[in-house]
Design a protein around this ligand. Sequence first.
Ligand SMILES: [Zn+2]
Ligand SMILES: [Zn+2]
Length: 257
Amino acid sequence: MSRLIFLGTGDSLNPERAQTSLAVPLPGDETMLFDASSGTVLLGRLSACGIPLESVRHLFVSHRHFDHVGGVAPLLTALAAVPDASLTIHAAPETLRALRGSLGLTIPGAEDWLGKRLGWHELLPGKPTEIGGTEVTHFLMNHGLECLGFRVTQEDSVAVFAVDTRPSPEVVEGASGANVLVHDTYGPRGATERAHAMGHSTANDAGEAARVAGVQHLILTHIRSSEFVDPGQLVAEAEIAFGGPVDAANDLDTFDF
Ligand SMILES: [Zn+2]
Ligand SMILES: [Zn+2]
């Protein structure tokens, strides 16, 4: 059985939740992260979940928005102080370039502190990444800038992460038959126009994607603050569109897939 741990489930301006980050444990006490939340909150969430810093060996980055990469600088700084730590950062070419540029501005010298312990891996079209029996394939989504979705396969279990994206055929194809689909959710159906204008999806869109892709379980994430959305309402709406089980993720939730 594979596991998925939500380190952050909020949208970019939600002060009630950490911003997007997911952890998938790997065999051999290693951990793979998908997106890095923002600020030092990722470090706190890792600690709260009992995930040792030095176990984090891989970070896949979906895109360059601050709520997905803002935690990279603190993560690298913290890892530099752990002698056995090493990290490979995986991202599409433009995102990788932008990320390295931004790190050069905010923590100049960090690449030297880590030296060979820090690796950069460009995710190129049609080239899956194989990490000790876990396969990660990626696909381009529709977010208004280079943004990747990820399909993670461990033995016969498949989890797909589609954050951030408008509804897109690439997501449906990428999520085909998955055990779990984790999907961007900006708001209810009534917010469709604004959600799409902002490069996001509604709960109804997420449910539709899950239904057409034939997944087993849909988990909503990237949730706006309670001032704007009611997660219970988002789940109810997505369940109608999907016709299957739906959860709204909370920080520190763990799901099997
Ligand atoms: Zn974004
Ligand atoms: Zn985002």
